[in-house]
Ligand binder design. Sequence first.
Ligand code: SF4
Ligand code: SF4
Length: 108
Amino acid sequence: MPEKENKNSNNSAVDIAPANYKVCEVIETEIKTKNNLTIKEATGKGKKEDVKIDIIINYCKGCEICVAFCPEGVLIMNKEVAEVVDISKCTKCNICEYLCPDFSISVE
Ligand code: SF4
Ligand code: SF4
């Protein structure tokens, strides 16, 4: 069974966060493997409804297009790979998915 990483469990980050720092409370990230691909799956409540964002690690070339064009600041770069930082802002506009040149990111 794949190991689950709940970002909420990082209490040390919460402890040192300034008073006005908004800690995302809804994101869960799971690493899955399918057809020899490694997929980072983030799930949670978006701005309007539940959302799932998959990023295929093997395909992501770190071009940062999805990060630059996401109108809500949902994504960041983690080293050379895109990552979901706050799924609660996602409106499921699918811009990231349409613009990714490598079909690495999908939003449902
Ligand atoms: S647009 Fe696609 S390839 Fe570029 S950083 Fe985002 S997920 Fe990776
Ligand atoms: S679907 Fe839209 S809001 Fe959600 S991560 Fe992609 S670009 Fe950002």
